[in-house]
Design a protein around this ligand. Structure first.
Ligand SMILES: Cc1cc2nc3c(=O)[nH]c(=O)nc-3n(C[C@H](O)[C@H](O)[C@H](O)COP(=O)(O)OP(=O)(O)OC[C@H]3O[C@@H](n4cnc5c(N)ncnc54)[C@H](O)[C@@H]3O)c2cc1C
Length: 388
């Protein structure tokens, strides 16, 4: 017999924290077991972009429902998420203008404030941008970025204030199963007992699933991020994704700009690999991309760069739901885009775990079974994969 809880959540990233918060709001007493510290994994390295432009309706809906948290964090969660409403532009190459228009219409049906804007409007929104006269983009005035570590810490604090428990420096080493259902876990700090065990272990989710004999297609995705110092005459700018040049960018505070690339993100590495430095050659490539879109950045200087690792699935969408022994749940595979949807995912998953159904029905498509059935998630009017 170990310490008992209503649910054990493995992983203290944004998803573990969000689920703990929402379970605790519903009167449960979960325990979050984190092998290092809160936000030590992908979350603490995340670029924190908060936008709603997706080509899959359920994801756009989760991002929009989560946005309601980001814009009202203090009241809904308490503390600060660091949300900064700088707006967001989605730029695409010419052959993806059709999907862009369709996806904006789909997002408007979801309720998202978004529209297609012409090149002149893009120039107004992002001064100095190099864009041809016939190009268009999607514009979200309410989007921006947040601070993933602050968001996670405040969700966790909110969970603890409502009766959850957080144990850091506590690595799960085994999941105990009796008569086909989970009964608890073994850890480096003793045993914990609960009828529900949730795998929210990010890049380590494959290892945790294997503890119950489950093979989940979650591999390790590595992503480098650079921060550049803007010259004083370049003001804080809108956040944007540029599919044409395969990079994204947003401001950081008053004087820095974050730049990261969609291509060249290695797969299948070691989840324990160090992430303190970016790959050789990354900074030069990032500089080239940002200058191709914003020529005035030729005068910017490097501030710093780091890497981060997330769990990625073959269709680059998460796996959410009960799988394997009864009481074992998957909440993983967020594939490099999971920060912004975490508040709503935690809410829906808590409803599923507590009540057996999710009123918003946003999670059903993320079921694990889709891989065995050969029906990966693809948008109705898809772009290419986000990472290549
Ligand atoms: C560099 C980078 C940039 C990104 N940018 C964005 C962005 O702009 N917008 C966006 O929406 N998303 C972004 N993402 C993706 C997003 O950050 C992730 O999808 C999200 O943070 C995943 O959260 P998580 O809680 O699932 O995993 P994690 O944050 O990785 O948390 C998992 C936790 O599990 C713990 N753990 C692992 N094994 C064990 C064990 N055996 N016992 C106990 N604990 C264990 C780990 O220590 C870790 O803290 C980015 C990701 C990276 C890496």
């Amino acid at each position: 017999m170990g310490e008992t809880a209503d649910a054990i959540i493995i992983g203290g990233g944004i998803h573990g924290a969000s689920l703990a918060f929402h379970l605790a709001e519903r009167g449960w007493k979960p325990v979050v077991l984190e092998k290092a510290t809160v936000a030590a994994g992908a979350t603490g390295r995340s670029s924190g972009m908060v936008r709603m432009h997706y080509d899959v309706e359920a994801e756009a809906s989760l991002a929009w429902r989560s946005h309601a948290y980001f814009r009202d964090w203090e009241h809904r969660v308490g503390g600060d998420s660091g949300f900064t409403n700088v707006g967001f532009l989605q730029m695409v190459p010419r052959h993806e203008v059709g999907p862009l228009r369709w996806n904006v219409a789909m997002q408007q049906r979801v309720g998202i404030k978004t529209s297609v804007v012409d090149a002149n409007e893009v120039r107004r929104l992002l001064p100095g941008v190099a864009i041809d006269d016939d190009q268009v983009a999607a514009f979200e005035p309410l989007s921006g970025y947040a601070d993933p570590t602050a968001s996670t810490a405040s969700l966790m604090a909110g969970a603890v204030a409502r009766g959850a428990r957080l144990v850091q420096g506590c690595a799960v080493t085994g999941v105990r199963v009796h008569a086909g259902r989970v009964v608890g876990v073994d850890t480096t700090r003793g045993a914990f007992d609960a009828p529900v065990v949730v795998n929210a272990a990010g890049a380590w989710a494959g290892r945790i699933a294997s503890l119950v004999g489950l093979e989940v297609p979650v591999s390790v995705w590595r992503h480098d991020v650079a921060y550049v110092q803007r010259p004083p005459d370049i003001p804080r700018h809108i956040a944007f994704i540029d599919f044409q040049n395969a990079f994204y960018s947003r401001p950081e505070g008053e004087s820095l700009t974050l730049v990261a690339l969609e291509d060249g993100n290695p797969l299948q590495g070691d989840p324990d690999a160090p992430v303190d430095s970016a790959a050789v050659g990354f900074i030069e490539k990032a500089a080239e991309r940002v200058v191709s879109r914003l020529p005035q950045f030729a005068r910017a200087g490097l501030h710093s760069a780091h890497s981060g690792q997330d769990g990625i699935t073959p269709d680059q969408h998460p796996i959410i739901g009960q799988e394997g022994p009864e009481g074992f749940w998957l909440d993983c595979g967020y594939s490099g885009t999971g920060f912004k949807i975490a508040p709503a995912v935690g809410e829906s998953l808590a409803e599923l775990i507590v009540n057996g159904e999710d009123a918003n029905a946003d999670l059903a498509i993320f079921r694990f079974g889709r891989f065995a059935e050969g029906t990966p998630i693809v948008g109705e009017h898809p772009y290419g994969p986000m990472w290549f």
